[in-house]
Design a protein around this ligand. Structure first.
Ligand code: ADP
Ligand code: ZN
Length: 517
């Protein structure tokens, strides 16, 4: 038996590697620089712990989470592995004991919070005690534009150069921009051996629906899953309270959770959720970090998440036990507008905003997808996949139609009115609705006036939402609600490119015979 297999069984007590682990373990053991991207719960720690045992010398593990370091050190010690942590949470005696066994050459794994790197003696200490490998957990903390940025992570690159040892970086954050930043900051831009594995969570059913009375949609979704633990994510604090109450009125056990609550109340909800069966927590994204309930049976989004990564993380809290779990994400044109505005009004520099729009686009592409959602999702994460048979689009392929003509009409209405109006007024023009505003502006004289009578209002709203979803139009950050055409729309406008739209949410107007779809 190879030493890795043997250790896997004897020390860690596992019968086999999880998908992706073996390759990473081999590469790290061989001393390659490695960047491994695995989802939360995928089993990253094994990928540096096991090589640390096979390799000579000490492996230093840099991790931002003190509680997690302590857990790992305890588990390793129990398994008979010499491991210790230097953290601010330690007593002087604990630190002394760790340093002693480090100097004695007994220690195999040394955990360290990034703050330690700022102290002068650390590099010398690590150099003098035979550190042969650096493992970096939560490597995305090096990204200056991420939510978890830890300035001390920027010191890791210098440490790697100073010690001249291989570095293995681990993260669950898969987007290309963060990946590039990790390579630049930790590996000085020299591409490490990269692994991206295990993002599929096949037991989770994926579904999206256009908003159509979202409160009612959530209530009926929960009613069909009565008695099963679930999370409803909402975009605002007020909405969490509102929906939690509506669920209670409907006979569910439900509480709200958001960042504006007292810490004690929040902990209380966390504890109840962990312990009780069938509790529904209606929450903002503040609920999640540290939730480790294996049997969450469903997750619903009452509002569109912030990005495709946020979506993946939030639905990923369902079904950790591997048993079937279900998800539903609601989205509407208002969500898209809100998310775009949040990005545009944020303080991030232009290139960052550009990336954030792209991440939102990826999520919208998923929302408006016309074939297997899981495949679309995994493709974004860089994995290949066949149609999954466990998403709403595999269950029932959506009807589609050639939307080119409709999109061109809408674009023409936008351009002829100077990119100055929101979808409401544009729809009045397209459907020939003679409102005061239309009359005042003289828009009933436009050639586009009334050319879109083949759809009713709802139909056009769905067209506009899908146009936003395909990033053909964007709300103008300078003018409230106004829609502007984007560059990708130009070939469609010129007739050089066609576009397929989903028919399911588009009701055809009764005023005119339906257009051929
Ligand atoms: P991550 O850091 O990727 O979130 P962990 O390293 O904490 O994940 O691992 C998640 C869980 O999976 C842990 O409970 C761990 O013991 C378990 N695990 C890891 N590798 C294996 C394996 N090969 N077989 C069975 N369980 C495993
Ligand atoms: Zn599918």
């Amino acid at each position: 038996m190879k030493p890795a297999q043997h250790l896997l069984r004897e020390v860690f007590g596992f019968d086999a590697f999880r998908p992706g682990q073996q390759e990473i373990v081999d590469a790290v053991t061989d001393g390659a620089n490695v960047l491994a991207i695995m989802p939360t719960g995928g089993g990253k720690s094994l990928c540096y712990q096991l090589p640390a045992l096979v390799r000579d010398g000490v492996t230093v593990v840099i991790s931002p989470l003190i509680a997690l370091m302590r857990d790992q050190v305890r588990a390793l010690t129990e398994a008979g592995v010499a491991a210790g942590a230097l953290t601010s949470g330690n007593s002087q005696e604990e630190n002394d004991a760790v340093l002693r066994s480090l100097h004695d050459g007994a220690l195999k794994l040394l955990y360290m919070a990034p703050e330690r790197l700022a102290s002068m003696g650390t590099e010398r200490l690590l150099r003098n005690t035979g550190v042969r490998l650096i493992a970096v957990d939560e490597a995305h903390c090096v990204s200056q534009w991420g939510h978890d940025f830890r300035p001390d992570y920027l010191r890791i690159g210098a440490l790697r150069r100073a010690l001249n040892v291989p570095l293995a970086a681990f993260t669950a954050t898969a987007d290309a921009e963060t990946r590039a930043e990790i390579v630049e900051k930790l590996f000085d831009g020299e591409a490490p051996t990269s692994f991206l594995r295990g993002f599929d969570r096949p037991n989770i059913h994926l579904a999206f629906a256009a908003k159509d009375g979202p409160r009612r949609q959530i209530l009926s979704y929960a009613a069909a899953r009565r008695g099963r633990s679930g999370i409803v994510y909402c975009g605002t604090r007020a909405k969490t309270e509102d929906i939690a109450k509506a669920l209670r009125d409907d006979g569910h056990i439900a509480c709200h959770y958001h960042g504006g609550m007292e810490a004690d109340d929040r902990r209380d909800v966390e504890r109840r959720f962990q312990q009780e069966d069938g509790l529904i927590v209606v929450a903002t994204v503040a609920f999640g970090m540290g939730i480790d309930k294996p049997d969450i049976r469903w997750v619903a989004h009452a509002d569109l998440p912030k990005s495709i990564e946020a979506y993946y993380q939030e639905i990923g809290r369902a079904g950790r036990d591997g048993a079937p779990a279900e998800t539903l994400t609601l989205f509407g044109a208002d969500d898209i507008r809100l998310r775009r505005n949040q990005i545009d009004e944020g303080l991030a520099p232009p290139e960052r905003r550009f990336a954030d729009h792209a991440r939102l686009n990826a999520l919208l592409g998923l929302a408006e997808a016309v074939q297997c959602r899981r495949r679309t999702l995994l493709t974004y994460f860089g994995e290949e996949a066949a149609p999954c048979g466990n998403c709403d689009l595999c269950d029932q392929p959506p009807e589609t139609f050639d939307g080119t003509e409709a999109v061109r009409k809408a674009l023409s209405a936008i351009l002829r009115t100077g990119e100055y109006f929101g979808s409401g007024h544009l729809i009045d023009i397209l459907t020939g609705n003679l409102t005061d505003k239309v009359r005042e502006r003289g828009h009933d004289g436009l050639p586009t006036f009334g050319v879109g009578r083949e759809f009713d209002r709802r139909g056009w709203q769905a067209v506009f939402r899908q146009m936003m979803g395909h990033d053909l139009v964007r709300p103008d950050p300078e003018r409230h609600g106004a829609l502007r055409m984007t560059d990708p729309a130009i070939p469609i406008l010129k007739g050089e490119q066609s576009i397929t739209l989903r028919k399911d949410t588009i009701s055809v107007s009764s005023r005119r015979p339906a257009i051929k779809m």
